[in-house]
Structures are given as structure tokens and as C-alpha cells.
Design a protein around this ligand. Sequence first.
Ligand code: HEM
Length: 124
Amino acid sequence: MALCIKGKSTLFSLQGTMIIQNLISVLSEEGQWKFPHEFNPENFLNEHGEFVKSEAFMPFSTGHRMCLGEGLARMELFLIMVTLLRKFNFIWPEDAGEPDFTPVYGATLTPKSYFMKVQLRSKQ
Ligand code: HEM
């Protein structure tokens, strides 16, 4: 509910009201991203091609109720990704055409299903 007194508005909620923030909206916020409506890794790179952490990227939310498992989740994701990339080559099949980045809506946004060639890397 919003209360508006002499042009100043204040938001308030009734006690016990469940509030769920829309974390997806910030991911397509114009002014925050180079390509706000595209899956494009360049959204995370500066003009020198270096990684820049954007304040608008908050998959673990923010504030008092933000994810308690962020540190663990980041560590697990890092270990899983690094292990897979060290052991395998991931190859986009030549006959697969351009990747389709149209998101599939669900509990999370996911890419469409696709096939990929996975090759064991030779041991050095
Ligand atoms: C990629 C993995 C994960 C993502 C993207 C994620 C994301 C989130 C988000 C968006 C919230 C809601 C925060 C809010 O209400 O503002 C949340 C809450 C929470 N997450 Fe995660 N999470 C992940 C993994 C984990 C893991 C591994 C754990 C524990 C081992 C965990 C424990 C929790 C807990 C306990 C809360 C509730 C915090 C509260 O309400 O005070 N999460 N998470």
C-alpha cells in the first residue's frame, strides 16, 4: 500500500504481510547493463574486457534476509566448474547452428535444452 501526503509517498505494509522482491527486474534494468535484454557476457566486462562486478547482479538477494549459503554456493560452483573445465572440452556441434538464448521461465531462468559434444581432455 502507498500513502501519499503533499506529493511525498511512503510505502508501508500491514504486519505479517509477505513481501517477495522481484530480483529478475534488476537484471533487465536499463542504465545498469550494456545489453539489458540480452544474455551477453559483455554485460560483465568493462571497455578493456576486464570483469567488473555489477551492483545490479544480486542472485543471492540483498539485505537482512539475503542468502545465508552464498559463500558455500559460490565455492561449490567454482569447484564444479573448474573441475569440469579441467577434465573436458565442451564443443558446440558444427551442425547445431547459432545457440538460442531465449530464456525458459520457471523457478529460475534457464536456457533451452541443447546438445553439446563433451570430450575428455588429454592428460598433460
Ligand atoms: C546458486 C545457489 C544459491 C542461490 C542463487 C541462492 C539464492 C537465494 C535467494 C535469492 C534467497 C532469498 C533471499 C531473500 O529473501 O531476500 C536465499 C535464501 C536463503 N538461502 Fe540461498 N541460494 C543458493 C544456495 C544456498 C545454499 C547452498 C544454502 C545453504 C547451504 C542456502 C541457504 C539459504 C537460506 C538459509 C536462505 C534464507 C535466508 C533468510 O531468509 O534469512 N542457499 N537464497
